[in-house]
Design a protein around this ligand. Structure first.
Ligand SMILES: [Zn+2]
Length: 259
């Protein structure tokens, strides 16, 4: 059963990953997500459905536009593969939980947010808000179906707690963390809170630590100015996904100290 849910989730991931490529290109450029159809950025030719099959088309065309031969970035098939792999892992992790759809939405959202933040240094509200709202609705649905509301209560608490903590951090150290990071952390706290309070702490602390360490290295080697914001989004996303997927042994190890 676990394998089946993982496999189906992985196939969905390929298709969703293809859509995320559209999101990653268009959202920072304030373009519509539905129309027009995808065009080659080189020659503007519309991309035919047969050339739009995740990963396969890029390999078949050897990474070039069929019309003009312009190279197509390897980022496209990589995003599709990453989405498929993470969807399969989330499918395996939540194969017996009604929370699976919520965590697939989170995964897709975090891939898009990370790619956009790395390239443009923004965390678009156009992605954060829908993921947060979908999270509240889907987790409430999961709580109703599982006849257990305490995870949902923890989720709301996690969202509020993370927001307050990162908002204070943003106020006392305005150079480091943008307000986009604060909004994102509220959404991450919501999903991590569903799993438990220690997950909120662990996931966000790991993300913050990764961002602070790698950000300091980038400043030290001169790749990033001291006054510039560090794009914390991808690191908070990574810390969250690590705790969503692999947090269980870490959290139970921590709880062992309390006994
Ligand atoms: Zn072209």
């Amino acid at each position: 059963m676990t394998g089946l849910v993982a496999a189906i989730s992985g196939v969905y991931g390929l298709i969703i990953g293809s859509f995320l490529n559209v999101v990653i290109w268009r959202v920072p450029r304030h373009e519509s997500l539905v129309a027009p159809r995808s065009h080659c950025p080189g020659c503007d030719a519309a991309i035919a459905p047969r050339d739009n099959i995740p990963v396969v088309s890029w390999l078949a065309l050897r990474g070039r536009c069929r019309n003009c031969g312009e190279p197509i970035s390897i980022r496209y098939p990589l995003i599709e593969l990453l989405t498929a792999v993470l969807f399969a892992a989330v499918g395996a992790r939540f194969h017996d939980s009604w929370a699976l759809p919520a965590f697939l939405v989170l995964t897709a959202g975090l891939i898009a947010i990370s790619a956009i933040d790395l390239e443009h240094f923004i965390i678009p509200n156009r992605i954060v808000y829908p993921v947060g709202i979908a999270g509240v609705i889907l987790l409430a649905g999961a709580a109703a179906l599982e006849h257990s509301w305490s995870p949902f209560g923890r989720a709301l608490l996690g969202g509020v707690g993370a927001f307050v903590f990162f908002f204070v951090l943003h106020l006392v150290a305005p150079g480091g963390m943008g307000f986009g990071d604060v909004r994102l952390s509220a959404v991450l706290g919501l999903f991590l809170g569903w799993l438990g309070g220690m997950y909120v702490f662990g996931g966000l602390f790991l993300g913050f630590l990764l961002g602070a360490v790698i950000g300091s290295v980038l400043i030290a080697v001169g790749r990033r100015g001291r006054k510039q914001h560090i794009p914390f989004g991808p690191f908070l996303a990574a810390g969250t996904m690590i705790f969503v997927l692999f947090g269980e042994p870490i959290v139970s190890w921590w709880q062992g100290f309390g006994r």
